[in-house]
Design a protein around this ligand. Structure first.
Ligand code: THU
Length: 135
């Protein structure tokens, strides 16, 4: 059941990105869409590597696209995976997001059927190490 409070445009873009995933090893596709402070949207898909550990997560690719196109902050995130379970971002990507997200930023997570779960980045990464810890 699709909730009304999810960003449909971001889901569509993330789903399209997911279809482009390069995943010859895991056969598991992930797409991501991030929104910047001006409402611009950027996408990413996972890009695997034969060395496995060099694999890029969809979230990291989307984040890199935001930065290279001039985005400064992330205001909303959508992730969709080619599975029936709803995935949530890996630990490394939670920390990547935290660099550019206020704690209240919504991370919308979807499975391939469009089932949805939402958590804030603060919920996914509580008591995080962020730039304020460096002061
Ligand atoms: N993957 C992502 O791209 N994002 C996640 O949040 C979880 C996992 C990718 C990495 C790898 O290519 C595949 O999914 C299986 O782990």
């Amino acid at each position: 059941m699709m909730p009304k409070d999810y960003p449909a445009d971001m889901f569509d873009l993330a789903y399209t990105a997911m279809k482009k995933a390069y995943m010859p090893y895991s056969k598991f596709s992930v797409g991501a869409c991030v929104k910047d402070e001006n409402g611009n949207l950027y996408t990413g898909c996972n890009v695997e590597n034969v060395s496995y550990s060099l694999t890029l997560c969809a979230e990291a690719v989307a984040l890199g696209n935001l930065v290279v196109h001039g985005g400064k902050r992330i205001t909303e995130v959508v992730i969709v995976a080619s599975s029936d379970t709803i995935i949530s971002p890996c630990g490394a990507c939670r920390q990547r997001f935290r660099e550019f997200c206020a704690p209240g930023v919504k991370i919308h997570m979807f499975n391939q059927k469009g089932n949805h779960k939402m958590r804030t980045i603060g919920e996914l990464l509580p008591e995080s190490f962020d730039t304020e810890n460096m002061i």
